[in-house]
Design a protein around this ligand. Structure first.
Ligand code: FRU
Length: 489
């Protein structure tokens, strides 16, 4: 199959009359055609990153979930492969994870190379959700279902999104751990296994989130604080979604810091859930297994269940974020009080971007094109800089760095989108305590990173085929720089 990133945008036709088609991103994973949601089974094998994803092979709406499959060596250019785990007449393959089964603990290998084992949620016609296995004996190229599925069934209708990882206890006993949700009961359950086939219940975690949301797509992993390998903390990720509320959040992601002893996750004293991404369009983010050098790399779906079905792109609908490396950093306030450990996200970005100078701009603003990086570098005496992100004459969004208020504000207009949910237009804020604000633009995907990755927000804004222009409307143009890929300079 042709790589989605090499397809010409001109080929894309609006499929169903929902406004204009917004073009295809270049640095982000999108399917060549049809619907995509959550990343699944993220795993690094022999120098290749595999990303599977919730995929409808038959249309541009959510239905008949299979695991689509794409690979990349640099996490920026992706090549789509055949569907790995197809939906069947009786079963959809919902979200889950994949591990390299070093030493063939599952016995699903061929006796030679270690198998790659995917643990996914089998959502069956009878309305039940249980955990099942699929495996690859050729390093991720082809997949088959385990013939004794499911491997973990509690008769539940809301039991899904298993994330599996290897845990080595202080006693030297290494085993597999699964975190998985009871979505409506608001629980993250922990199970353990020696062979990925037989699972033992360990504990349930139900520390409440602020709203009455469903819980989905958990992850759990250790990270060193400030790079100190002797000071490891555990980070739990969770995606939450509220189907009914009329407010403007919908889908969001949270994280919480704590400890994990191989059976139970315990939040650190005083810890509570914090927002992982302050924008509207970052969901179902999970991390890669077996990433090189112990790196913790996260990928998320850049949409929101409130309006995901109305995104005016074609012939694909759904895109992943930039891959973000996660780390923990102690942030000390000016007074030296309130030292806090923050989860920091550092995006994997293209190299070799060339700076565009401000004198190339005119009243219409500075041309970025389909992809580029806008940086607010300083605030000058005005202490506030606003940048309008424009498509033709429409300002689709405004990013404001307000140094007095200590925040970055993202205002998204409904301009340019004909028929989309009324909750799409919105204002989002995130803390800022100094440093560069970087806005990564890639077709309709807008990711803003500030405070060296401690403040992040992600939004869709459906730019037209001519791409982006930026206009500095508050503050001085000299405070803002634009970098674009060298071949489009
Ligand atoms: C999250 C989610 C998961 C589920 C999948 C179905 O976006 O609802 O809980 O496994 O999508 O596509």
């Amino acid at each position: 199959m042709e790589s989605p990133t090499t397809q010409a945008n001109e080929e894309d036709q609006p499929s169903d009359g929902i406004g204009r088609p917004s073009p295809r991103p270049t640095w982000h994973l999108t399917p060549a055609r049809n619907w995509m949601n959550d990343p699944n089974g993220l795993v690094h094998v022999d120098g290749v990153y595999h990303a599977f994803f919730q995929y409808n092979a038959g249309g541009e709406g959510w239905s008949d979930m299979s695991w689509g499959h794409a690979v990349s060596e640099d996490l920026l250019a992706w090549r789509e492969l055949d569907v790995a785990i197809p939906a069947t007449a009786n079963e959809q393959a919902y979200s889950g994870s994949a591990v390299v089964d070093h030493g063939n603990t599952s016995g699903l290998g061929d006796g030679g190379t270690d198998p790659i084992v995917a643990v996914y949620t089998a959502a069956t016609k009878d309305g039940l959700q249980a955990q099942s296995l699929a495996f690859s004996q050729d390093r991720g190229a082809t997949w088959q279902r385990y013939d004794r599925n499911p491997v973990l069934d509690r008769g539940s209708r809301e039991f899904r999104d298993p994330k599996v990882f290897r845990f080595e206890g202080a006693d030297g006993h290494a085993r597999w751990i699964m975190v998985v949700v009871e979505a409506v009961a608001h629980e993250v359950l922990v199970y353990s296994s020696d062979n990925l086939r037989d699972w033992t219940w360990e504990s349930a975690f139900d520390h409440p989130t602020p709203l009455d949301e469903i819980w989905e797509c958990p992850d759990l992993f250790p990270l060193p604080v400030d790079g100190d390998e002797a000071d490891q903390r555990w980070v739990k990720l969770l995606s939450t979604h509220d189907h009914d509320r009329t407010d403007e959040q919908g889908s969001t992601m949270r994280w919480i810091l704590g400890d994990f002893d191989g059976r139970r996750f315990t939040p650190a004293p005083g810890e509570t859930w914090r927002l992982l991404d302050h924008g509207r369009d970052f969901y179902a983010g999970v991390t890669f297994s077996d990433a090189p050098d112990g790196r913790r790399l996260m990928l998320g779906w850049m949409s929101n269940w409130q309006y995901a079905h109305e995104a005016p792109t074609a012939p694909f609908r759904g895109a992943m974020s930039l891959v973000r490396e996660l780390s923990l950093r102690t942030v000390v306030s000016d007074t030296g009080a309130d030292a806090r450990v923050e989860l920091v996200q550092t995006p994997i970005v293209p190299e070799g971007l060339g700076l565009r100078s401000e004198d190339e701009g005119d009243d219409e603003g500075l041309v970025v094109g389909l992809a580029g990086v806008v940086s607010i570098e300083s605030v000058g005496s005005a202490r506030t800089v606003s940048v309008e992100l424009c498509s033709g004459d429409d300002a689709l969004a405004t990013v404001t760095l307000d140094a007095n208020a200590g925040e970055v504000v993202f205002e998204r207009a409904s301009a340019g989108v004909d028929a989309i949910d009324g909750r799409y237009a919105s204002v989002r804020r995130m803390p800022w305590d100094g440093g560069l604000v970087e806005v990564f633009l890639d077709a309709h995907l807008v990711e803003v990173f500030a405070c060296d990755g401690a403040s992040v927000m992600s939004h869709q804004a459906f730019v037209g085929p001519d791409g982006w222009r930026v206009r500095v409307i508050g503050g001085a143009a000299a405070d803002v720089t634009v970098a674009v890929p060298s071949d489009t300079e």
